[in-house]
Design a protein around this ligand. Structure first.
Ligand code: CP
Length: 323
């Protein structure tokens, strides 16, 4: 039985004011978010894709690193929930004059937003703001630490396609060392009972990763063999100064996901990638655009999952009763 459905007491609210990572979520809270996202997905299929849930609440999107999917889908999610939403353009903000993250956050906080969605290059930046801000802090990716909403939308997509997460063989292949997506996914998928395999070149495998309850291999064939899910991770060239592997061509030859490698997995395997994709580096275009790919489903589901997170952090049904 799926661990998702095995918790005795149904959870109806999140315990913490912030979403800082998967580490602080219980299996029941994860299931609550996934179930709530199913209802939010239905909102996105209506002719009028808007509900009044967050009317009168202000959400600030504060992205210190580039983003296409996360920032856009948070903004769409906020608008679908009728929040007043604001994107701080870091390049034209006082950050370029040297204002610190803490001072930036305190000044935004002074204008009384309900929530701040933060992406930052420093691991722990969200934890720092959570201690000084009354607003709920949502981690949209902090350094090499966590990217919780990515893992939640990945889990939502897996559950939607496979009907469960427990006991699935999930192979995660690529740049393990620099990936906050990997860390959040390992935490989430093992909490829900999946068998997680991780694979990459020895230089890109974090020391001690096996203590997180995953199988570690440098053989893509072993990782992909009979897998239900293959999740490719981007080679994060911007976080490398070179020397992690001889060349992009060699990396693709040894670790790239090709149709021949996909054929080793289960017949109904799904191929995932959080994006952005490096075509011909970690994944062949025929695979990224092929029949097993759910990469754009992941993006679509990101809106529903982020709506669920915003709704639940705003108090969920309790907030609606009080309104
Ligand atoms: N997956 C992801 O975080 O993509 P972005 O960097 O475009 O937000």
């Amino acid at each position: 039985m799926d661990v998702v459905h095995a918790t005795s007491e149904p959870i109806t609210a999140l315990r913490n004011k912030d979403l800082l990572g998967i580490a602080s979520l219980s299996p029941g809270e994860i299931v609550l978010i996934l179930n709530t996202a199913e209802a939010m997905k239905e909102v996105g299929q209506r002719a009028i894709k808007k509900v009044p849930t967050l009317r009168g609440r202000t959400v600030v999107n504060l992205f210190f690193e580039p983003s296409t999917r996360t920032r856009t889908s948070f903004e769409i999610a906020e608008k679908r929930l009728s929040a007043d939403t604001l994107n701080v353009a870091i390049a034209s903000s006082s950050v370029v004059k040297g204002e610190t993250l803490v001072d930036t956050a305190l000044n935004i906080e002074a204008m009384a937003p309900s929530m701040i969605v933060l992406r930052h290059s420093s691991s722990g930046a969200c934890h720092l703001l959570s201690r000084i801000c009354r607003a709920a802090i949502i981690n949209a990716g902090d350094g090499m630490h966590e990217h919780p909403t990515q893992a939640l939308l990945d889990a939502f997509t897996i559950r939607e396609r496979k009907g469960r997460i427990a006991d699935l063989k999930i192979a995660i292949v690529g740049d393990l060392l620099h990936s906050r997506v990997l860390r959040s996914n390992i935490l989430l998928l093992t909490k829900l009972g999946a068998q997680v395999w991780v694979c990459g070149p020895p230089t890109l495998i974090p020391r001690g990763i096996e203590t997180l309850g995953v199988r570690v291999t440098t053989s893509v064939d072993a990782a992909v063999e009979d897998a239900d899910v293959v999740m490719m991770l981007r080679i994060q060239l911007e976080r490398m100064e070179g020397g992690f592997f001889p060349s992009v061509r060699e990396y693709f030859a040894t670790f790239g996901m090709t149709q021949a490698r996909v054929a080793r997995a289960k017949d109904d395997v799904i191929i995932m990638h959080p994006g952005p994709i490096n075509r011909g580096v970690e994944i062949a275009s025929e695979v990224a655009d092929g029949p097993f790919s759910v990469i754009l489903d992941q993006v679509a589901n990101g809106v529903a999952v982020r709506m669920a997170v915003l709704y639940l952090l705003a108090g969920g049904a309790e907030h609606e009763t009080a309104a």
